[in-house]
Design a protein around this ligand. Structure first.
Ligand SMILES: C[C@](O)(CO)[C@H](O)COP(=O)(O)OP(=O)(O)OC[C@H]1O[C@@H](n2ccc(N)nc2=O)[C@H](O)[C@@H]1O
Ligand SMILES: Nc1ncnc2c1ncn2[C@@H]1O[C@H](COP(=O)(O)OP(=O)(O)OP(=O)(O)O)[C@@H](O)[C@H]1O
Length: 300
């Protein structure tokens, strides 16, 4: 018997970043929105813990116990006093090291798949606790939809979304390391009094109403990590400009980057913007996706 779980990618429609805390993390007001690009994680009984991965960028994904999906299986097994003897297969469609929480999605997917396979029957609360131990983005990958993440992003409040939003994601040539982007944020703000991060009520209202133009007007300044990502990856400025020129309502760096996100008016304009981005030669691939998307879900 095998269990397969489908898990979405995310875009941060707001990422307000506070000053570095003593533990090195940053307090956030992180407005997560799940988007319809998915990884699938399949858990199958095995003699020992093994991981395989297929799909774009699979070569960059570690297949040992550092893989976030493997770490999720180990954490669940340890809590229940069993061995993590499972084969995890990851069918990857979320860009790797792209700021779209691909590794976090695999962790949430593996957790749910192993829980079903092993019959450990963990409560939602226990699953969310394990997710938070694995990484700041992992709880949201489990929950999906839209949520405000505070603390380091792991404390979630579910948000209302009143309509569909249509996106294009431009995949860059190369990746960015999340810790490196936060370090660059610290360097750029070394002489600044960084304010407490707060969620924008106007942005939450736009999400709740499904107000595409309202959301578009707020996105250009909504990602506090964008200056750091652009400083480390200056070519992204050209990608953002190309997407705007192709008709996107708004353009921003997705999370820590280097994937860039473009909000469009409808599904048809998303395809037009994707074509324009590809033709511009400023990205490696352009993916169309709608939001909100459901969180980690058992599909078979
Ligand atoms: C950029 C985002 O993707 C936005 O959602 C997240 O904040 C990153 O979440 P993540 O990849 O799950 O990050 P974690 O695995 O928890 O942490 C990786 C590293 O990112 C930095 N980090 C992460 C989250 C946070 N609130 N402050 C940080 O400074 C720390 O250097 C940390 O060592
Ligand atoms: N299951 C996994 N899938 C992808 N990368 C993984 C996985 N497990 C560990 N990693 C490592 O994590 C790094 C970051 O990958 P990931 O795709 O999660 O980045 P990201 O989408 O930028 O993350 P985030 O948006 O949460 O900051 C990779 O370079 C890889 O070395």
């Amino acid at each position: 018997m095998s269990v397969t779980v489908r898990v979405p990618a995310k875009v941060n429609v707001q990422l307000a970043v506070g000053a570095a805390r003593p533990d090195g993390f940053h307090d956030l007001a992180n407005v997560f929105l799940a988007v319809g690009l998915y990884d699938e994680v399949t858990a199958t009984p095995a003699g020992e813990l093994t991981v395989t991965c297929e799909g774009p960028g699979a070569g960059q994904v570690p297949l040992d116990r550092t893989n976030l999906a493997a770490r999720a299986a180990i954490a669940l097994a340890a809590r229940h006093g069993i061995e993590p003897d499972v084969h995890l297969h990851i069918a990857k469609d979320i860009p790797v090291a792209g700021g779209m929480a691909g590794g976090s999605a695999d962790a949430a997917g593996a957790l749910l798949a192993c829980d079903a396979l092993w019959g450990t029957d963990a409560s939602r609360e226990e699953l969310l606790d394990i997710c938070a131990e694995l990484g700041s983005d992992v709880p949201f990958s489990l929950v999906g939809g839209a949520a405000l993440g505070t603390g380091r992003g792991e404390q979630l409040r579910v948000l209302d979304v009143g309509g569909e939003f249509h996106w294009v994601f431009a995949v860059a040539d190369g990746g960015l390391s999340t810790p490196a982007v936060y370090r660059e944020f610290d360097r750029l703000n070394a002489h600044t009094d960084v304010p407490e991060p707060v969620a924008s009520q106007r942005l939450l209202d736009a999400l709740a109403k499904g107000d595409v133009d309202g959301l578009a007007s707020l996105l250009p300044d909504s990602n506090g990590l964008q200056p750091a990502a652009l400083s480390l990856f200056p070519e992204l400025t050209d990608t953002l400009a190309a997407g705007r020129a192709a008709g996107a309502l708004a353009a921003l760096v997705s999370g820590s980057g280097p994937t860039t996100a473009f909000l469009t008016g409808d599904a048809e304009s998303a395809h037009t913007v994707a074509e324009g981005l590809l033709a511009s030669g400023t990205c490696r691939a352009a993916r169309v996706a709608a939001s909100p998307a459901p969180g980690a879900t058992v599909v078979s």
